[in-house]
Each structure stands twice: as C-alpha cells, then as structure tokens.
Design a protein around this ligand. Structure first.
Ligand code: EPU
Length: 415
C-alpha cells in the first residue's frame, strides 16, 4: 500500500502546468473504437484511469502507440469480447465501452463499472436510453448484456442531466445512420470535447441550449483531438494557491470553465490574476466564510466540493456546503476532523464548517479521489507531518501530483 507524507506550512510559488482532463480522456479513448482509421489524442494525462482504459482497449485488440502524452490508436483489428469484472471494475468510465461497442458491433457485454464509493450511482438512465434506441438489455450476475438488430432514431429525455448517460448515448449513436435527440443533456465541457472529436471524425452533432442533436455517420475517419485541460485539477491547485501561494501560477487552463469556483474564491476575498490560459493566485490571509451548493455544470462542481471544504476550515466563521449530486460524498469529513478541523455533518446533504482552525498533522485515510485531494490540501496547511493512506484513489485522477507540488516548494513524498 502506498502512502503520502506531507510536512505542512510551506509557501508555494512557481508554476504548475495542468494536464488533460480525466473525465474527457476516459470518454475519448473508448470513442476511438468508432473510428475506421487511426486516430490521435494529444494532452493525455498520466493517470491510473488512463492505464485502466488502455488495458481494456488492448484486451479488445487495439494497436496503441503512447509517447509524450500523445496516443495514436488503430482499432482495425479489434474484436467484440465480453469485458470481465477485473477490467471493468477499475474505473467508472468503463461503461463507455457499452456505447462504443454497441455502435460498432450492435452488441456489448460488460461487468458493472467501478469508481469512487460516493453514493449509489445507479445506471438506470443509461439502460433506459439504450432501450429507447431499440437495444435489448439483460443483466445476469453483475454482467450487462446489450444487443440490437438495428439502432433506431429516437428522442430521449433524460430524467437527470447525467454526464455518463449523455456520453453513452453519443457513443451508441455516433456510428449509425440515425438522428437522435437528447433532451435535458448534461452540459459539462468534457462532453463538448467528445462531440468535437466525433464531429472531426465525421458525425454532425449539434449542441443547442436545451438539447443535443446527433446525426451519426456509418464511416468515421482519421483525425486528431486535444484533451481539454482538467478543470477539477485546475480547481484543486487554485484552492491550494489561495491557502499557501505566493504568486503561484496555474498554466495550460481555460479559466472560463472554472467560473463557479473562481466566483466563490472571490466572494471569500481571494484575489487572482487571470489570462486566457493561466491564473496567478496568492494566499488569502482573511478568508470570508461562504456557502456552497453543488450543481451540474456550470454550477459549483461536486468534484471540487471536498477540496473546497479544506479551504473553508481556514475561513473566519461558519460556512456550509450542500451536496446535491451524490448521497455519500462527505466521507473525508471524519478524516479532516482527525486533523483538528471542526466540521459537522448536518445530514447526508449538508455540512457546516466552523472556521478558522489550525490544522495539526495526523494519519488519515483517503476514501475516494477528491476526498483524497482534500486531505493533501489539509496536509499542506497543517502543522507537523500528515500521512495519507490508501492513496491509490488519488493517483487515479491527479497526474504527477507529488512532483507538481514539490516543484513549487511543497514538502511531500510518496512511499
Ligand atoms: N445517476 C442516476 N442514474 C444514472 C446515472 C446517474 O441516478 O443512470 C445519478 C448518479 O448516481 C449521480 C447523478 O445522477 O447521483 C449524476 O451522475 P452522472 O451520471 O452525471 O455522473 P457520472 O457520469 O457517473 C461523472 C464524472 C464524475 C462527476 C459527475 C458529475 C466521469 C467518469 N465521472 O460521473 O467524476 O462527479 O460526472 O459531474 O466522468 C470525479 O472525477 O471525481 C468524479 C466522480
């Protein structure tokens, strides 16, 4: 078991380059299955979720060249095989192979996906959408078998704007001669990244204010797509900068997709300097308490709620965070309180953070990816040494986090 140790309270200055977005690349990689010619993806982050997705592609027979954050994939020899539990359970996004394989082979068989234990995370919206496209769904022993004679055109209205279901519908219909309308789709930037990729291959997908119209194409050609910058990684380092930065510069980003976080940082009295592709941020010595409610994009992202909790332990008074996306995303609170924070779980939807408290190092356990990030931030501001166990979660989603922090002055090691 790997662990991270951090000696807290060091000022951070210099530059951090943000990597490609985890939640984009885990959709772009399965989408390569649809291409009839080799395709190239650039700005690929070096994270465990990418390794796990590549392992599935290789199992299916993809020919992959991966060098310097660029992946070239040729899928001309791939076969449709059942994706077993030991491959599917490594990450949530393994379920994108349902859509990709259905579009190419009209059949997919895969075990239930993995991912962080942050709530029930059912996939009913995905399965109902498949049914609307004339796909038969059968479930046996945790294995999903999906099959169709013919994917049909239809209009699908999502019960919730699910990121995963929106992506699965895009993948399922992209390589077919159909027109599909998704009402109430998710609007996260990672979905636009996938749509850009599919359109460059030859689909005609139109994003409107309230729907997405997918005009598929039976032949999809060679192209290159750049993975967009990771807005959650960006947000995590912005929060670190607001706590410990001395002109800490976060590069290779698109500030426009972090507006909700930037507004809350500003509301809490943190100032920063923005360009089109960077933000420079310094320690806020008087953090005002603020209240957060997580929402679908462009609202405050649930994936930054846990890192922001650590920030609010330093606020001058009481703040609240209301989680509206997941039922169980406060597991980090117990661990943060071991570091001397005063956070109450009001109910499974809301916490109250009583600041400011001087955090003190201790041994804590990372229960999930963003919860783990909240503990790293806590360790960076705590007095003394903090040890974080179970860090595999963190490495699933943060590219090179130890060296990125070390390079700007943090005292952090991985064992
Ligand atoms: N939901 C259902 N039924 C479904 C699908 C979703 O009830 O069929 C519920 C979920 O249980 C959840 C809510 O709807 O309560 C939103 O789920 P959504 O489908 O939008 O999320 P996801 O696709 O499972 C992606 C990201 C998450 C991120 C969410 C919300 C990936 C691989 N994962 O998950 O990222 O929190 O969107 O933005 O893209 C993370 O990176 O730490 C992470 C958890």
């Amino acid at each position: 078991m790997k662990k991270i140790t951090i000696e807290g309270n060091h000022t951070l200055s210099g530059e951090i380059n943000i990597s490609g977005a985890k939640n984009s690349i885990v959709a772009l990689l399965p989408a390569t299955i649809l291409a009839d010619e080799p395709v190239t993806i650039t700005n690929v982050p070096n994270i465990k979720d990418v390794e796990a997705t590549i392992a599935i592609l290789q199992y299916l027979g993809s020919e992959i060249t991966y060098q310097n954050n660029t992946i070239i994939i040729d899928n001309k020899n791939i076969q449709n095989k059942e994706i077993p539990d030991n491959l599917a359970n490594k990450l949530r996004a393994s379920y994108y192979f349902m859509g990709a394989l259905l579009s190419k082979f009209k059949e997919a068989s895969i075990s239930y996906p993995g991912g962080c234990p942050i709530g029930k995370r059912p996939i009913d919206i995905h399965l109902n959408s498949f049914k609307k496209l004339n796909i038969d769904v059968s479930i046996e022993n945790n294995n999903y078998h999906l099959k169709t004679n013919n994917i049909i055109s239809n209009t699908i209205t999502l019960a919730k704007p699910s990121v995963g279901a929106t992506i699965n519908i895009l993948l399922t219909t992209a390589k077919t001669k159909t027109t599909t309308i998704i009402n109430n789709p998710a609007k996260e930037p990672e979905i636009n990244n996938l749509i850009e990729f599919l359109n460059k291959m030859g689909t005609n997908i139109i994003i409107n204010k309230d729907n997405i119209i997918i005009n598929g194409s039976s032949y999809l050609k060679s192209t290159t797509i750049q993975t967009i910058p990771d807005r959650i990684e960006t947000g995590t380092y912005l929060i670190i900068g607001a706590l410990l930065g001395n002109k800490l510069k976060i590069n290779n980003i698109n500030p426009l997709v972090n507006t909700a976080l930037i507004n809350k940082l500003k509301e809490s009295n943190t100032s920063m300097t923005l360009t089109d592709s960077s933000i420079t941020i310094s320690k806020n010595h008087f953090i005002k308490p603020v209240n957060i409610t997580t929402k679908e994009y462009p609202g405050f992202p649930t994936d930054l709620q846990q890192p922001f909790t650590t920030y609010l332990t330093q606020a001058m008074g009481k703040s609240t965070i209301k989680e509206t996306i997941y039922e169980n995303r406060f597991q980090n609170v117990k661990e943060l309180n071991k570091l001397n924070s005063h956070i109450n779980i009001d109910n499974n939807k809301q916490i109250t953070i009583n600041g400011p408290t001087k955090l003190v190092g201790n041994i804590v356990n990372s229960t999930d990816l963003r919860g783990g990030a909240s503990l790293i931030i806590a360790g960076l501001i705590a007095e003394g040494t903090t040890t974080i166990t179970n860090i595999e979660h963190i490495l699933r989603g943060y590219d090179n986090i130890i060296n990125k922090l070390k390079n700007v002055g943090a005292k952090i090691e991985i064992e």
